[in-house]
Design a protein around this ligand. Structure first.
Ligand SMILES: [Fe+2]
Length: 243
């Protein structure tokens, strides 16, 4: 499996508090069959603003430790960028880190409340620049919970939808679980991520079992492996990132 959303980098946001906790998260991922994990610390969320340099350095430190410990997993850099009025401008200034630093897929987090048309416009502006925004944990957004069909407009504008593994197991409440299932039934889910933080369980394996029950094994493979491979293709030579 490929985990497309995690907070495993040490002491950089509200994710792993130190390298010991980073290793703990990674061991859980490896035990659950994850071979590649994107490290996506918060950026531009009003609390944390992890710069590209900070993320690449933390990723490099973690990979060095994993190599020393003989733990086999690929960690790729990325970020989870909070949607704000300046997002496209920050992209143009080169301040946003795409998944795998591949220059194509950008993980974005929607505000609690948003104007669909304004977000769709931003998505189209990113699309014009060759970027595919991936909307993190869409099923946990209150507006999408209320009206899941608005994701259709976002997808039509050029975005892809990501769900959190724990949502399928009820970790974020019944509305999020129900919305995740609705998005799956609408065939709108592109990929899944653990969004692992301290205090949360790593649930990719359990969630994949749920996916198989809900959408069948072929679609479960698409969401957990084949679609994320498209992100890897944008990375090109994996040697350019921290593996
Ligand atoms: Fe996250």
């Amino acid at each position: 499996m490929i985990d497309t959303h995690s907070h495993i980098l040490a002491a950089i946001d509200d994710g792993a508090r130190d390298l010991t906790e980073s290793i703990l998260f990674i061991k859980q991922a490896v035990d659950q069959g994850v071979e590649i994990i994107f490290a996506t610390p918060h950026s531009f969320d009003g609390v944390f603003n992890c710069t590209i340099e900070m993320i690449l350095q933390a990723c490099s430190d973690l990979m060095e430790l994993l190599e020393k410990k003989g733990i086999s997993i690929q960690v790729l850099p990325g970020s989870e960028v909070r949607v704000n009025h300046n997002l496209v401008m920050e992209y143009d200034k080169g301040n946003l880190l795409t998944l795998g630093d591949g220059g194509k897929y950008l993980l974005i987090e929607l505000p609690t409340l948003f104007i669909t048309k304004a977000v769709s416009l931003m998505i189209r502006q990113l699309k014009d620049r060759g970027i595919v925004p991936i909307i993190a944990h869409a099923e946990r957004n209150p507006m999408i919970m209320e009206k899941p069909e608005i994701t259709a407009e976002l997808v039509y504008s050029g975005a892809a939808i990501q769900i959190t593994a724990g949502s399928l197991k009820g970790e974020f409440g019944k509305p999020a679980m129900r919305t995740a299932k609705v998005l799956l039934s609408m065939d709108q889910v592109f990929c899944m991520g653990s969004d692992i933080h301290p205090g949360r369980k790593y649930r990719m394996a359990d969630a994949k079992k749920s996916l198989i029950k809900l959408v069948g094994s072929t679609n479960a493979e698409l969401i957990t492996r084949e679609n994320p491979f498209a992100i890897l293709e944008s990375v090109g030579s994996l040697s350019k990132v921290c593996i």
